[in-house]
Design a protein around this ligand. Structure first.
Ligand code: SF4
Length: 415
C-alpha cells in the first residue's frame, strides 16, 4: 500500500464532566476542573511527541469524546485541533466530531469549533422525559436538547447526532415512542439508540439491579424493534446495532472501528489499534497526567494480535453492521474454512435472524436484537474449528490448566 493511501482515525478522550450520571462507568471525573489545565498540557505533549512519527498516515476522522468535551471548553479543543492540523496530515474532508451535553453547549463556543473545522456534533440527549432525565442523574432537560440542536444549526452544523437511551427505570413503551417522535422532529442527521446497561459499581446498579422498575427483556425488545421500524419509516436506516442515519451521515469514525481500520487514541483510557498492535492508556487521570509530564509509562494494556484474533474481531465487529461479513473478506483476514460459519448463518437465516445479500451475511433487526448470543455462537464455532485444525493448541491450553479464551462482545460507548 502506498504511503499516501494509509488512513487513520484519531480519538481524543476528555475525562471531565460537570457531575456523574447514575449509570455511568466511563472514564470521567466530575468536578475536577483543576486538573483540566495539566490534562491539556499532557494531551498536547503526547500529540507533539507522537504525530511526527505518524508520517505514513493521513488522518481522515477525528473524534473528541468523553466525558463531556463541551464542558472542557472550545478553547482547549481548538488547541488540540490546531496541533493535529500543524502536521498537514489532517485531511480537509476529515470527519471531525465533538461530543456535547445540552447543558454545556454555548453558541459562541459552537461557532469557534465550527470555524476550526469541526463538522459533526454528537449530543447526549438520552430522553425527552424530564422526570427520567432527573432519575438517571442527567443535568439537563429536553428543552435544553432542543436549544442545543438549534444553536448547533445556527453555528453551521448540518451533521448533528442525538444519543438516546431506552430501558430506563419505569420507562414505558409510550414514553420511548414520545422520545423518538420528539427526537425525529428535531431532524438530526443521525440517531443512536442504546439499551440501558446497569454496570456494577454505578449508583444505578445498586438501586435498580433486579428491580421490577427496569422494563422486562420483552418490553426492551419491543422498544428496540419499535425504534428500528419508526426510524426506518422516517428515513433513518439502521447501519449498526444501535446506530441509525440518513444516507451519507453514518459515523465514519465509528465505522473505522467496526471495519478493522487503524485508529490512534490520546488521553486517559484511550485505545489504539494500528495494524496488529493494540494498546490502551491508564484510565487513572492523575496517573496519565503525571506519567506524560514525568516521562513515565502510561500504557495499561498492550498486545500483538494474531490472525485468529483479527478474524474473531472481523466476525464480532462486522456482524454489528448492516454490511455484515463475506466469505472473501474472511479468507483474506484468516485463511480458514468459512463453511462451519456459513452452516450456522444458514440456521440463523431459517429463524429470521440473518440474511444473505450479494454474498454478504448480515443480521436482520430481529438478529441484531439477540446479536450477543448469535455472535457468541459464531465465535465458538470459529474456536472449535481452530482447535479441530490444530489439536496441539487445545493440548497446550489444557496442560497449562487454562480455559479456552473467547473474545468478549462489548457495546459501544454512549455519552
Ligand atoms: S454519562 Fe457522559 S455526561 Fe454522564 S457522567 Fe458519564 S461521561 Fe459524563
Amino acid at each position: 500500500m502506498a504511503a499516501e493511501d494509509k488512513r487513520i482515525g484519531v480519538y481524543i478522550h476528555i475525562p471531565f464532566c460537570a457531575s456523574k450520571c447514575g449509570y455511568c462507568d466511563f472514564c470521567s471525573l466530575p468536578g475536577r476542573d483543576k486538573l483540566m489545565g495539566p490534562y491539556q498540557d499532557a494531551v498536547l505533549i503526547q500529540l507533539q511527541e507522537t504525530l511526527p512519527r505518524m508520517k505514513d498516515y493521513f488522518m481522515d476522522s477525528v473524534y473528541i469524546g468523553g466525558g463531556t468535551p463541551s464542558y472542557y471548553g472550545a478553547k482547549r479543543l481548538t488547541e488540540i485541533l490546531r496541533e493535529l492540523k500543524s502536521t498537514s496530515r489532517l485531511l480537509k474532508a476529515a470527519e471531525i466530531t465533538v461530543e456535547c451535553n445540552p447543558d454545556s453547549v454555548r453558541r459562541r463556543e459552537l461557532k469557534m469549533l465550527r470555524d476550526e473545522g469541526v463538522n459533526r456534533i454528537s449530543i447526549g440527549a438520552q430522553s425527552a422525559n424530564d422526570e427520567l432525565l432527573r432519575l438517571i442523574g442527567r443535568r439537563h432537560n429536553w428543552r435544553q436538547v432542543v436549544l442545543a440542536v438549534k444553536r448547533a444549526r445556527q453555528a453551521g452544523f448540518k451533521n448533528i447526532s442525538l444519543d438516546l437511551i431506552y430501558g430506563l427505570p419505569s420507562q414505558t413503551r409510550e414514553d420511548w415512542a414520545d422520545t423518538l417522535a420528539k427526537a425525529i422532529a428535531l431532524k438530526p442527521a443521525h440517531i443512536s439508540c442504546y439499551g440501558l446497561r446497569l454496570e456494577e459499581g454505578t449508583p444505578m446498579y445498586d438501586e435498580y439491579n433486579d428491580s421490577p422498575m427496569i422494563p422486562s427483556d420483552d418490553d426492551q425488545a419491543d422498544m428496540y424493534l419499535y425504534a428500528v421500524d419508526l426510524l426506518e419509516r422516517h428515513g433513518y436506516y439502521q447501519y449498526e446495532i444501535s446506530n441509525f442515519a440518513r444516507r451519507g451521515y453514518e459515523s465514519r469514525h465509528n465505522l473505522k472501528y467496526w471495519r478493522l481500520g487503524d485508529y490512534i487514541g490520546f488521553g486517559a483510557s484511550a485505545h489504539s489499534n494500528i495494524g496488529m498492535l493494540r494498546y490502551s492508556y491508564t484510565s487513572n487521570v492523575r496517573e496519565y497526567i503525571s506519567g506524560v509530564l514525568g516521562d513515565k509509562d502510561i500504557i495499561d494494556e498492550q498486545e500483538e494480535l494474531t490472525d485468529f484474533d483479527r478474524a474473531s474481531e472481523y466476525l464480532m465487529l462486522g456482524m454489528r453492521t448492516i454490511w455484515g461479513i463475506s466469505r472473501e473478506e474472511y479468507l483474506a483476514v484468516y485463511n480458514s474454512p468459512f463453511e462451519p460459519l456459513e452452516e450456522m448463518l444458514n440456521t440463523f437465516a431459517e429463524n429470521g435472524w440473518a440474511a444473505l445479500d450479494n454474498d454478504r451475511w448480515h443480521f436482520t433487526p430481529g438478529g441484531f436484537l439477540v446479536s450477543n448470543v448469535l455472535i457468541g455462537a459464531l465465535l465458538e464455532s470459529q474456536t472449535r474449528e481452530r482447535f479441530n485444525a490444530n489439536p496441539w493448541i487445545r493440548e497446550a491450553f489444557e496442560t497449562q490448566g487454562r480455559r479456552v479464551p473467547l473474545p468478549t462482545v462489548t457495546e459501544p460507548y454512549m455519552n
